[in-house]
Design a protein around this ligand. Structure first.
Ligand code: ATP
Ligand code: MG
Length: 586
């Protein structure tokens, strides 16, 4: 039952269709039960010497007529039912995918990609199987069994029916036992399937690294362990599954033995005719399929139930960040204020930012520097609204960020993340992600700004070059500049560059930042970097250490302060000088 309630949103809209399907299926089963009676009647007439040619023709004609009508009905309900199951399959998949697109990073930290893929493939298949074959087997079982039982009583003998069906309760018991164990084992099998998916995905994405460390064999061994586990779990499912058929066969066999034995006895006693005994045995034969179908139904239902629960659990995971009740509309942000912001990642046990206070005026450039792991990226991510924020700790034009409509917040920001994220499409598509209808001249402008024009011109297919999965066909610096061009194309109110030029040489970085500064007059830019010269021009620079701001001011002020910034700046300058000297000597 929980299967239907969990998918209520689907079945509620289509109940009429299902009523029609059940009606067609029941009619088919009913027609199916008429045929044995016609045959039985004909035999009795034959025995009594009353069978005329006309009567025989009529019987044959009826049998053919029934076959044709059944054919049409079966055709109709098959189409309707499996069409509907395919629709459920699609809608469920769309739902899951839609759900995932709304999720924030913590969700993907909790649910690994392989497990999500298992949900979208195997589990959805198990559910749509239940909605298709499950319905067939259930309706067939219920309808055929009841029609056949009623026919047995009406046209043959109540006593014989009871005797022959005596073993059935045993079947129910066996199925109940086996069903439970099947569901549990199936859940385990699906879980290990998810883990296997995950292993494949991860290995493929880091194959180059695995190979360069000559770890193929190790990885292969690990994979074999995972596939071994999947196999073992599936065998355990198959083991229980295999018990269904023999159990059913035995019980059906006993029924037949009773039917023939006791039936013959009744014929001898003249309680039923020979024709009735033949009819009865055809009826019993008709029950074999529903019995098997019932076993199959339990099997399919348990799998469907297990999968629908897994899917529902996933859909129930809410996003951590959602719009306030009456979100404020704020089209263009001005002043950004951090007010004693302390932030901890949902899965972490220490704070990544502590008591951070900072004001950024519109049009300013803020430089964020500090040791690796000091919280630079974390600080920048606060403006993306991906994680829940402590109340009133981040204000935009005086309004708490959590009160502002999320779609506004996200539309302000052009974000170039530290780790490049490219789709395996063309350069054009990657750059125009945030503005799909960008004109060629707009694209040309951002290519120039990101110093990418020359690179693209070198490529045979120019902007139409396919970058491969996550940009494997591009160099590190090219990937970063595609990311920058993408952010610049939407001309954002706030541009966030998170170590976005680390793979570009210092001179090019300087030139790109120079251009960006010129074109972004009056709009805010936040730059996190390890190369201090990249932010020397900023109106404000902060140094982070362990989530705290330890120094802040302009370049000159920080140099005068003589702290970490000054030390690091001089060191980098020296290194740069040595590097250039070295080059000149060569
Ligand atoms: P880098 O210069 O290497 O980019 P960073 O200054 O950007 O470093 P952050 O990425 O902000 O550093 O990380 C700050 C701290 O937060 C680190 O200690 C890191 O381990 C932790 N951290 C980062 N991301 C997460 C996450 N998703 N979940 C839990 N902890 C995280
Ligand atoms: Mg970082």
């Amino acid at each position: 039952m929980s299967f239907i309630t969990k998918l209520g949103w689907f079945f509620r809209k289509r109940w009429l269709l299902y009523v029609l399907i059940v009606f067609l299926m029941s009619s088919t089963s009913y027609l199916n039960s008429v045929a044995p009676r016609l045959v039985g009647n004909a035999i009795d007439k034959m025995k009594a010497g009353l069978l005329t040619q006309a009567l025989l023709m009529e019987t044959v004609g009826l049998l053919i007529g029934i076959a044709i009508v059944m054919y049409l009905f079966i055709y109709a309900w098959n189409n309707l039912l499996f069409g509907s199951a395919a629709l459920l399959d699609k809608q469920l998949r769309d739902r899951l995918f839609g759900h995932w697109t709304r999720m924030t990073p913590s969700f993907f930290q909790r649910n690994r990609s392989g497990e999500l893929m298992a949900l979208a493939s195997n589990d959805i298949q198990a559910v749509s199987n239940t909605a298709g074959f499950g319905v067939v087997t259930l309706v067939n079982t219920v309808v055929i069994t009841s029609v056949v039982m009623v026919s047995m009583i009406l046209f043959v003998s109540f006593k014989l029916m009871i005797a022959a069906l005596l073993p059935l309760p045993l079947l129910a018991l066996a199925i109940n036992r086996l069903g439970k164990s099947l569901r549990n084992r199936f859940i385990l099998a699906q879980e290990s399937f998810g883990q296997m998916n995950d292993h494949v995905l991860e290995s493929i994405s880091v194959m180059r690294v695995i190979r360069s460390y000559v770890q193929e064999e190790k990885d292969m061994e690990a994979f074999e362990r995972v596939t071994g586990e999947v196999m073992e779990k599936n065998i355990r499912v198959a083991y229980v599954n295999a018990l269904f058929q023999p159990a059913i066969s035995i019980i059906v066999g006993i029924s037949f033995a009773i039917g023939i034995g006791y039936g013959s006895f009744l014929v001898f006693n003249n309680e039923i005719t020979l024709g009735q005994l033949v009819t009865f045995n055809i009826y019993l034969g008709l029950l074999i399929w529903p019995m098997i179908a019932f076993g199959e139904f339990i099997n399919i239902l348990q799998r469907g139930n297990a999968s629908v629960n897994r899917i529902q659990d996933n859909l129930n995971q809410r996003q951590e960040v959602s719009d306030a009740d009456k979100p404020m509309e704020l089209v263009h942000p001005g002043l950004i204020e951090f007010k004693g912001l302390t932030f901890r990642y949902p899965e972490a046990n220490t704070d990544s930012l502590t008591d951070l206070t900072l004001t950024i005026r519109r049009g300013e450039t803020l430089g964020i520097v500090g040791r690796t792991g000091s919280g630079k990226s974390t600080l920048l991510k606060q403006l993306l609204r991906q994680y829940p924020l402590p109340e009133r700790s981040l204000l935009i034009d005086g309004a708490p960020l959590e009160r502002i409509a999320i779609h506004h917040v996200r539309s302000w920001v052009g974000y170039v993340p530290q780790e490049h994220l490219l789709q395996s499409r063309t350069i054009r598509e990657n750059i125009s992600l945030g503005k799909p209808n960008a004109t060629d001249s707009e694209l040309a402008a951002v290519l120039e700004l990101a110093f990418l024009k020359h690179d693209v011109e070198q490529m045979e297919q120019g902007l139409e070059t396919i970058v491969g999965e996550n940009g494997v066909a591009l160099s590190g610096g090219q990937k970063q500049r595609v990311g920058i061009a993408r952010a610049l194309l939407i001309d954002p109110d706030i541009l966030i560059l998170d170590d976005a030029l680390s793979a570009v040489d210092a001179r090019t970085e300087h030139a790109i930042l120079e251009q960006i500064r010129r074109t972004r007059e009056g709009r805010t830019t936040l730059i996190a970097t390890h190369r201090l010269t990249a932010v020397a021009h900023a109106q404000q620079i902060i140094v982070l250490d362990n989530g705290h701001i330890t120094e802040s001011g302009t370049h000159d002020q920080l140099m005068e302060l003589g702290g970490w910034y000054c030390l690091q700046y001089n060191r980098q300058k020296l290194e740069q000088a040595l590097l250039t000297d070295g080059k000149e000597e060569l």
